[in-house]
Design a protein around this ligand. Structure first.
Ligand SMILES: Cc1cc2nc3c(=O)[nH]c(=O)nc-3n(C[C@H](O)[C@H](O)[C@H](O)COP(=O)(O)O)c2cc1C
Length: 186
């Protein structure tokens, strides 16, 4: 029975204020590559390296993830907004969707990051299922991310305290040449 204590629209309005990045989750299916736009994605564990995506039970991707058991996550750049629409059930006429393959897993070219995952486990999550993926391989580049906030797409503008030098990771604790490792801030 639906839980009437929380109005679905209020849930959307409140949770939509949690700004996120945007990913496209890709699977190889017998009929070709399938992609789905997803922002219910987050990191889970560093050791072992795990990520999670909440996928609606009615999404085709739900079936494909269970079948393929390996999948790609492409973290979109701001320039890739058309792909976010395209893989969210709003196909863009004439949009080319070539894929790159890493370890036999398809990914979107020109993304900010590529994650090759194998399905570690799933957890029930109401009308969604949580798919936990173990990272087999990753790749990333500099660039501006696509963000989603209150159901709209945004670019990202740093605040003065967020000024950052391209090529340098704020979270990198491995040390830099000739200097102290930057402070880890989370
Ligand atoms: C910005 C954005 C984020 C989305 N995030 C998710 C998500 O995390 N999980 C999900 O199941 N659907 C999400 N969706 C909806 C799916 O992309 C959409 O329902 C898609 O058409 C499902 O594709 P499929 O049925 O072909 O797998 C999102 C849509 C948009 C526009």
């Amino acid at each position: 029975m639906p839980d009437r204590r929380i109005d679905p629209q209020s849930y959307r309005n409140a949770l939509g204020r949690f700004a996120t990045g945007v990913t496209v989750v890709t699977t190889a299916t017998p009929d070709g590559v399938h992609g789905m736009t997803a922002n219910a994605f987050t990191s889970v564990s560093l050791d072992p390296p795990l990520v999670v995506i909440a996928v609606a039970k009615q999404a085709r991707t739900h079936t494909y993830l269970n079948q393929a058991r390996r999948f790609g996550v492409s973290i979109l750049s701001a320039e890739q907004e058309p792909y976010a629409w395209h893989f969210a059930g709003r196909p863009r006429e004439g949009l080319q969707t070539p894929f790159v393959w890493k370890k036999e897993v398809p990914l979107l070219p020109d993304a900010l990051a590529h994650l090759v995952c194998s399905l570690e486990t799933t957890y029930p999550g109401g009308d969604h299922t949580l798919f936990v993926g173990r990272l087999e391989e990753l790749w990333y580049r500099d660039g501006s991310p696509l963000a989603v906030y209150r159901g709209r797409f945004f670019g990202l503008i740093p605040l003065p305290s967020g000024e950052w030098t391209p090529g340098r990771e704020l979270t990198d604790t491995r040390g830099t040449e000739g200097g102290e490792p930057p402070e880890q801030w989370w």
